[in-house]
Ligand binder design. Structure first.
Ligand code: M6R
Length: 621
């Protein structure tokens, strides 16, 4: 959601800003803009629409200068118009800033600024921040000593401004009278700095930095950075200078190339054999018939005494948590509760000691998941993250965690992160199972199954042509049902979500047997039902549900693992995936469902990688 980039150096800032904004497009946005500072002026260029429109604007009217910031805006306060696009100017154009997040008390601040004579051009909360900063700069107390620290006025003005804000922000600011510097500040909205040679970069995540530098600094909440071409200084909003660690950026330029694919979503679907392999790498211990994790940071005694898991997440990550619930309860026999993070953060469930919280999140920045994690931490429960983005807020705030190692996921629709999360869930089930009742032999069986999984995912990808044909047949339908039982119920939910979010087609996921308690009323010749029905203990039961749909004239698309099964005789269209143990079925079955959503969206002319209204990481409540 919203993206920030910044550049300070001897090259034209606009070049990096445009390229950086393109790399941040995946976060979701509806307008974009840049500002550069040079020769006593600050020059803003912004427009509603895609970064491509901004690029055209910059061709006819270039933004010159070696210092600049840029932004992609995902509308919160006011529609996607040129005026509401960032950057916003403050005072008589003495400052310009870009902002991610939401300023909750902006109305009160705006009223005061209006009384002081400030005029507003936009509906945004962010313009309020720009004017407030200009006001603070203009009204510094006499004891701010510029001769000792040339940036003292900026720092004090920014600190004074920040203390008045309620809400969340990632801010980057440029100043007419200090054209060699960018100031950034963060609270609840991620910002990173890229350390270059005679140039420095700012971004809301690491992807714009790939290929520019391998050195990254993660700003923490309440930190302010003063960035010039040669220096980075970090201060805490209230406590003065703090040391900043330079880490290694884990993204390479090739990771964000489309390669031979038309869309990131398809590329990421096809990366899954490798990402599943990466999620398993170094984590299987045949000697002990268990899983190993480097980052749980809990003592053997704490791990042994876990009596209950709470898994919390949003969206697709919530679906992998549901898969995890089935896996952990079945294999480790430990009770699991799966909570929407947005609900958990405001609920006050009675949780006994011995409860371990896992926050599942691809981005590591989802605000609801972060808030739920903080709430659980505050109550004294150990917290873990299962996260893809290294150095993200949730990964850093959790007591420990497990990275997915899936590489950057750029398509808004999560695919490879989902399957990697499910793999990590299976490893946790194995690990905790082996701490309790699971035998050595049973542990080894699970390891055997997991070792075969990357190849089985590869085989599932071979259904691509078949899935494309099915997509062509049903792409004009406006309602779909997705049905599965047990491990495949969350896979049904995930299949439906994929279709909804990228093709804007209504789809509902249900446990197959629930269908007759209501959704069956939706069934007609125009409503396909996608059944996930591999061989399992409930095969006959699901087959009966499938027959009920057929009896009412509903077309059935079935994902099966046995070509000669009875389902193939009844279903209209069949997709055959490899047979795997039941706990791995949702991983293998999800692959064709991702491709089905992809092709239906494509045929319907939808923007697969940047679906309307959606953002990759949801950093507002
Ligand atoms: O980054 P997270 O995993 O925390 O994101 C959670 C959801 O916003 C995300 O999974 C969303 O549902 C995706 N668009 C699904 O494809």
């Amino acid at each position: 959601m919203c993206g920030i980039v910044g550049y300070v150096g001897s090259n034209e800032a606009a070049d990096f800003l445009l390229e950086g904004l393109r790399r941040l497009e995946y976060r979701g946005y509806d307008s974009s803009g840049v500002v550069t500072a040079q020769d006593g002026t600050i020059d803003v260029k912004k427009t509603a629409g895609r970064v491509e429109s901004l690029s055209q604007l910059l061709k006819t009217s270039p933004a010159r200068g070696g210092v600049g910031i840029g932004h992609t805006r995902w509308a919160t306060h006011g529609p996607a118009t040129d005026e509401n696009a960032h950057p916003h100017l403050g005072g008589d154009q003495i400052v310009a800033l870009v902002h991610n997040g939401v300023i909750e008390n902006y109305r009160g601040l705006k009223e005061k600024l209006l009384e002081r004579g400030y005029e507003f051009c936009s509906d945004t909360d962010s313009e309020v921040v720009a004017h407030l900063l200009a006001y603070e700069l203009r009204n510094l107390s006499d004891d701010v000593n510029e001769s000792i620290d040339p940036y003292a006025p900026l720092i004090v003005a920014v600190q004074n401004m920040l203390t008045q804000l309620q809400g969340t922000y990632g801010l980057a600011m440029v100043f007419r009278d200090w054209p060699e510097v960018i100031v950034t500040a963060r609270l609840g909205s991620p910002l990173v700095l890229g350390v270059g040679d005679g140039e420095n970069f700012i971004a809301s995540d690491g992807s714009p930095l790939a290929g520019r530098t391998e050195k990254i600094v993660y700003l923490a909440d309440h930190e302010i950075a003063i960035v010039t071409a040669d220096t980075i200084r970090v201060i805490h909003r209230d406590q003065g200078d703090v040391r900043h660690d330079i880490k290694v950026l884990d993204i390479e330029a090739a990771d964000i190339d489309l390669g031979r694919f038309d869309h990131y979503m398809l590329k990421e679907i096809f990366e899954q054999p490798e990402t599943v392999r990466n999620a398993l790498r170094g984590r299987l211990d045949r000697d002990e018939a268990t899983a190993v994790f480097g980052g749980l940071n809990l003592s053997a005694q704490q791990l042994q005494s876990v009596q209950r898991f709470v898994l919390t997440a949003c969206g697709t990550s919530w679906h992998s948590a549901l898969v995890g619930e089935y896996m952990i309860e079945n294999l480790a026999r430990i009770p699991v509760e799966v909570e929407y993070a947005s609900e958990l953060r405001y609920r006050n469930p009675p949780l006994s000691t011995g409860t371990l919280l896992f926050a599942l999140t691809q981005s590591g920045e989802t605000i609801d998941t972060l808030a739920a994690l903080r709430e659980m931490k505050r109550k004294g429960h150990p917290t873990m993250s299962i996260c893809n983005v290294v150095g993200s807020t949730i990964a850093r705030e959790a007591d420990g965690g497990i990275y997915l190692h899936a590489g950057p996921e750029i398509g808004v629709a999560s695919t490879k992160a989902f399957t990697a999360q499910c793999v990590v869930m299976s490893l946790l089930a194995l690990y905790f199972g082996r701490l309790h009742h699971l035998s050595y032999e049973a542990g080894l069986h699970i390891i055997d199954d997991l070792e075969k999984l990357p190849e089985q995912v590869e085989t599932a990808l071979a259904t691509h042509d078949r899935v494309r044909q099915i997509a062509e047949k049903y792409a004009d339908r406006n309602n779909f049902l997705y049905l599965g039982r047990q491990y495949n119920f969350p896979a049904a939910l995930e299949g439906a979500l994929k279709l909804k979010e990228i093709s804007y087609v209504h789809a509902e996921g249900y446990p197959a047997a629930e269908m007759k308690h209501g959704p069956i009323a939706l069934v007609d010749e125009q409503t396909p039902s996608v059944f996930i029905v591999p061989q399992s203990a409930v095969y006959d039961k699901v087959l009966a549900n499938l027959e009920e749909i057929k009896a009412r004239g509903g077309p059935v698309i079935a994902v099966v693992d046995d070509e000669d099964s009875r389902v193939t005789e009844v279903a209209d269209d069949v997709i055959v995936v490899p047979a795997v143990s039941d706990f791995l079925q949702p991983i293998v079955a999800s692959v064709p469902l991702q491709m089905l959503a992809y092709h239906i969206a494509l045929i319907r002319g939808c923007d697969v990688d940047k679906p309307r209204n959606l953002a990759k990481s949801v950093t507002v409540e």
